[in-house]
Design a protein around this ligand. Structure first.
Ligand code: M6R
Length: 605
């Protein structure tokens, strides 16, 4: 997964390319590069590491030119080094690519037989050399068209050509690509977010589309080279998006924004006058739904898991949850009466997008729960439910998780109401409880000081376990995922009842075990599981909203949260776990917003 940018302008473009690449670093930050066209010659600069490195190179050796392309890489084919960084150029053409060329080995052999030499280990260089070959006999547009026909796999491309000082060509198959318009300047970008500081007028390429950009004009063509028109979208204005304010990093800002983002989301969906939830235009009549199927990856998948408990508690429906990378390759029995829900913060996750496409190919209506409404997943869905969390910049998903759970929770209640599975008075009571959620989240954030002290105890630990039952089990998984990705400490999430079937063997003196125990129907069972861990030397951090006095001097730490009705506890119990992961990572001096080896948007499978 990588980020690409292209700018055609009447002034020098390199600094704007750098600024846009900084915004695209959420897609990958192994290496960075750009190429401009100066005096009709291709001028390429690239390096391993972050965009900052590239910027330093530019300060020393400028890259003039009114036309250029740029790239941030998340390595797939070939280690992250300067040679493998994009653009991949020959003397006559320069290419940036997001995606994977699946037949690159075969194409490479064919090109080598023709005497063409490869410099890098990447699949992308195949595109550069195919183009170089086609350009011997064709003008740029036809050379691109002929090249694309030979490629298998996924791509979003930005291409510039020696001696064609006016044009950038973009193309898309599988990987997202947007075009932006401004006066005397036009843009190509992996997403609208990268273009937002330059324009709010955006169009999106569909699969198979090619676009030709000059500073004054953009033309679009379909796969058969027919000229086509594209709708222009005006983007909403997200103020303070890239501003950390007084926070140390985006993640802490995003954790502390959660009461506000939850409030915004509730405002969007809850009709306060009628105490009702506004969801219209269901793709299937709620009364005819056969089963709910929820699909996502990582944190988004955890929100699907929480949803299973809610749907089973409030409706008479069967529920299935799946990790998108599994769903897309299983022999799924599609059913037009199942409601398929795809959950994704970015709306660009390749596996989730492919799972959604699979549904569409099987004639299924799809629904997505996304944060980025301009995303590919949103645009491909029949029904889009935005979570209204605002841009999430930190790689670790926090406010999007709360937003995803909130939208799913409200959807579940609405379906329960429309199907007659829930009594009206219960439905309305739950709505009035939802309205209290922002204030409750605010109170949970107050545990930060205590968590800060507890975090110190994790620094020397070999690993840790997160335990919960019922809907606290997916929250345990989420707590473990946050700790892993931010602090690089091993962490396991487990259903507390499963411990004695194997994982109990891991417990030894001093191993940190986080027990998530809301005062729900599982409470006493969870406490019993906790005692079993204590008996084997586990160092307990108990998080609970129970007033019951659990006397055990072996509970090392206890965090008390406000008592809420059972179904709301996943929201509240998430907060201390986010803070714990954050503070451990901070003490370990980890890169909080950009944990190693990861990217914000996983656009390759
Ligand atoms: O953009 P998405 O919600 O589709 O992303 C899914 C996962 O890649 C994401 O939640 C990932 O697990 C986060 N880094 C977790 O914090």
């Amino acid at each position: 997964m990588c980020g690409i940018i292209g700018i055609a302008s009447n002034k020098s473009v390199s600094m704007n390319i750098i600024n846009s690449l900084k915004k695209l670093e959420y897609r990958g930050y192994d290496s960075a590069g750009l190429a401009t066209l100066n005096n009709n010659e291709i001028n390429e600069k690239k390096c391993s590491g972050r965009v900052e490195q590239l910027e330093k190179i530019l300060f020393k050796t400028s890259a003039e030119g009114n036309l250029g392309i740029g790239h941030v890489r998340w390595a797939t084919h070939g280690v992250p080094n300067t040679i493998n960084a994009h653009p991949h150029s020959t003397e006559i053409v320069s290419v940036v690519h997001n995606g994977i060329i699946e037949n690159s080995n075969d194409l490479k052999k064919q090109l080598e037989l023709k005497g063409l030499k490869f410099k890098s280990q990447t699949d992308t260089e195949v595109i550069t050399l195919l183009l170089t070959n086609e350009l011997k006999t064709h003008q740029p547009f036809d050379a691109v068209h002929k090249t694309l026909k030979q490629l298998k796999g996924s791509f979003a491309l930005g291409i510039i050509f020696k001696n064609f000082k006016d044009i950038i060509i973009g193309a898309r198959r599988g990987s997202p690509l947007a075009v932006g318009y401004s006066k005397d300047e036009n843009y190509l970008g992996s997403d609208s977010y990268a273009l937002k500081t330059m324009t709010n007028k955006i169009s999106y390429l569909d699969d198979g589309d090619i676009c030709v950009l000059t500073k004054d004009n953009v033309s679009f063509y379909d796969v058969k080279k027919n000229k086509i028109n594209k709708e222009v979208f005006i983007l909403s204005d997200d103020k303070n998006v890239s501003d950390k304010g007084d926070y140390k990093n985006f993640m802490s800002k995003e954790i502390f924004e959660q009461p506000i983002t939850a409030k915004n989301c509730i405002h969007e969906y809850v009709d306060k006058i009628r105490d009702d939830i506004n969801f219209y235009n269901f793709p299937i009549k709620p009364q005819s739904i056969n089963k709910i199927v929820l699909v996502g990856c990582g944190t988004a998948y955890h929100s699907c898991l929480v949803a299973k408990y809610w749907f089973e508690a409030f409706t008479s429906l069967n529920v299935e949850t799946d990790i998108a990378s599994e769903f897309r390759y299983r022999n799924v029995r599609f059913n037009k009466n199942n409601l398929y829900l795809f959950v994704s913060q970015s709306g660009e996750t390749a596996d989730t997008a492919a799972a959604l496409d699979l549904c569409k190919k099987n004639g299924i209506k799809t629904c997505s729960i996304v944060n980025v409404v301009e995303s590919s997943i949103a645009r491909n869905s029949d029904w889009v439910l935005p979570i209204h969390a605002g841009p999430e910049i930190g790689v670790a998903s926090t406010k999007a998780f709360i937003g995803q759970m909130l939208v799913i929770y409200m959807l579940c209640l609405k379906i329960a109401d429309l199907r007659g599975d829930m009594k009206k008075k219960d439905y309305q009571k739950k709505i009035s409880n939802i309205k209290k959620l922002p204030e409750l989240l605010e109170r949970c954030l107050k545990v930060e000081d205590k968590i800060q002290l507890i975090a110190k105890d994790f620094l020397d630990s070999k690993g840790s376990m997160f335990l919960g039952r019922g809907s606290s089990f997916p929250i345990a998984l989420e707590g473990a995922l946050k700790l892993k990705e931010l602090s690089y400490l091993h962490a396991e999430g487990y259903p507390a009842g499963e411990m004695k079937h194997g994982p109990l063997a891991l417990i030894e003196n001093g191993l940190p075990v986080i027990v998530i125990a809301p005062h729900d129907k599982y409470f006493h069972k969870t406490v019993s599981n906790m005692q079993e861990v204590i008996a084997r030397g586990g160092k307990i951090l108990l998080i609970t909203d129970s007033n019951e006095n659990i006397v055990n001097e072996n509970i090392r730490f206890k965090i008390d949260l406000p008592l809420v009705e059972e179904s709301l506890s996943p929201f509240l119990f998430t907060i201390p776990l986010q803070l714990l992961a954050y503070h451990v990572a901070l003490l370990k001096k980890c890169d909080i917003d950009k944990p190693r080896n990861l990217a914000k948007s996983v656009t390759v499978e």
